[in-house]
Design a protein around this ligand. Structure first.
Ligand code: F6R
Length: 262
């Protein structure tokens, strides 16, 4: 795991966007795995800027989102479908047929999940997966004790996640759907590279457990220690509980130029 600590979430997001943009330029038919929530908003804003001001071309790009709430129709203002179109897809030149988001209204959830996995396979697998992290250490909506071998499936959110996400539902956690469809941890681990972002003190404990704690399903994100190409972009606030933060900074500062954007 490579840990990149920067002063602010803005700087961090712009650096992360540079990596995504580089992949999009080098592999115009790349497959991106995308996340929702507040964390990737600045990354998406920068990708929109790169498209609008520098012509970054998404016309050959395919995307798969990590998750969706069960029971929210696409046009619900808090569906991840709405989130993605509002914050990214409507502002870049991606083809709608290349966008995939789990269907929270699927009549047959296990079938929809199996088809989602199949679609990822048929697209050639995910080249780069963008991730946030929950304050309880979840990735996607793989809550603590999720199987490391899991694939796309239904999950029940923890009370902590309902509380964390209540801010999107008028601060009322009873309005947050309890179930979701999420890519599994096995699905996420199959991605060619992982780009995780985390900002703010609220994420500091989860980040420390993920990076420096044991690999254990109670901290789902800790499995990323086993991913050969995982980059973790965090701000100073999210780095406060890392015991080896100085080492990560030293490693980054000493990187040879040729390795900086790799
Ligand atoms: C969202 C997702 C979640 C979030 C996590 C952090 O698609 O998969 O794992 O990344 O809950 O959410 P924020 O960014 O709102 O703190």
């Amino acid at each position: 795991m490579e840990i990149i600590i920067k002063e602010t979430s803005e700087t961090t997001s712009v650096m992360a966007a540079r990596l995504v943009a580089r992949l999009v330029r080098e592999k115009p038919n790349a497959v991106l795995g995308l996340a929702t929530g507040s964390t990737p908003l600045m990354l998406y804003k920068e990708l929109v800027r790169l498209h609008q001001e520098e012509g970054l071309d998404f016309s050959g790009i395919t995307t798969f989102n990590l998750d969706e709430y069960i029971g929210l129709p696409r046009d619900h203002e808090q569906s991840y479908y709405t989130f993605m179109w509002k914050n990214l897809f409507s502002q870049i030149n991606i083809l709608p047929e290349n966008v995939h988001i789990p269907d929270g209204m699927a009549a047959d959830v296990p079938l929809a999940c199996a088809e989602y996995e199949q679609a990822i396979l048929e697209a050639g697998g995910i080249d780069l997966q963008v991730l946030g992290i929950g304050s309880d250490g979840h990735v996607g909506f793989n809550e603590p004790t999720s199987s490391f071998a899991s694939r796309t499936r239904i999950k029940t959110l923890t009370r902590q996640t309902l509380k964390d996400n209540a801010r999107f539902f008028n601060d009322d956690d009873s309005r947050v759907p309890h179930h979701c469809i999420t890519m599994g941890i096995g699905t996420i681990m199959d991605a060619g590279c992982i780009l995780m972002l985390a900002f703010g003190e609220k994420k500091a404990e989860a980040i420390a457990s993920m990076v420096e704690g044991p690999v254990a399903s109670v901290v789902p994100a800790s499995i990323l220690q086993h991913h050969a190409r995982a980059k973790v972009f965090i701000d100073e606030a999210a780095a406060t509980q890392l015991k080896r933060a100085d080492y990560y900074r030293w490693v980054y500062e000493g990187k040879p130029d040729w390795q900086l954007d790799a």
